[in-house]
Structures are given as C-alpha cells and as structure tokens.
Unconditional design. Structure first.
Length: 140
C-alpha cells in the first residue's frame, strides 16, 4: 500500500512524541519541524550518553535515525532532484551511519559531527521558504 510523503513525514514526526499541529503544516514547515525534532533527539542523546542512561540514549538515537530515514531522506526525489537531492541523500545516509556508530561506541564526537553537518542544511532550508524546492517529490 502506498503512503503519501506528507503522511510518512507526519508519522515520523509524531513517532518521536513531539506535539504540534503537524496535520496543518505545509510541506516546508513540516520539514522544519523534522529538523527541530532531529536537533532535539541528538541533543537529548548526548545528555543521556553523558549521564550513562543507555536505554534513553538508544531511544533518542533511534528517533534521530528514524527522522533522517523516514522524514527527511524518504521524500527526496532522486530521479528529478539533481545534485541537491543526491547530495542530501548521501549526507543523510552518512549521518545515519555516524549515529549508529555513536550509539554503539558511546561516541559524543559522532553526535556532534552529525549536528554540525545538519546545521547548514537547516539554515538553507529556512532560507528557501516559499520557493518550492524541486528536489522533493510532490506532496500527495
């Protein structure tokens, strides 16, 4: 069964227990919300890692991975999105790998690396509001 991109992104966002008016968010705002949730998950994972709370660290890293995979990577239009979509896909895939590494090795620097890599993407995304990026599949 096919699930729309907006529905998959909304489900990903809701799975990380962040309350918001996701149903009323336009696609641009929804991605902003996903980025905010990603930043929070990484920050929380780092705090839990520092305090030795392994179950919650794992949960937050899992949330971050799910946001990257289901909310940010899945809607990329790799066929028509050109280099931007391909580069974002590669970046998100790399970040997932680093998060898995951070989880397995309790490596704070890997969490910091992901946060640092994602920050310019977040900044750029916020700057393109209303310009209709071509590297995302149309919302259905």
């Amino acid at each position: 069964m096919f699930t729309s991109v907006k529905s998959r992104a909304a489900n990903s966002y809701q799975k990380v227990s962040i309350d918001s008016s996701v149903d009323m968010a336009d696609p641009h705002k929804l991605v902003c919300l996903l980025f905010e949730a990603l930043q929070r998950a990484i920050g929380s994972a780092k705090l839990f890692m520092q305090s030795g709370d392994i179950p919650n660290k794992c949960k937050q890293i899992g949330n971050a991975v799910r946001i990257l995979e289901e909310g940010l990577k899945a809607p990329l239009d790799l066929k028509n999105g050109g280099d931007i979509a391909a580069n974002l896909n590669d970046l998100y895939e790399y970040c997932v790998g680093r998060l898995v590494f951070a989880n397995a090795r309790n490596d704070e620097s890997a969490l910091d690396e992901v946060a640092k890599l994602i920050e310019p993407v977040i900044s750029g995304w916020k700057q393109i509001e209303g310009k209709g990026p071509a590297y995302l599949r149309p919302v259905q």
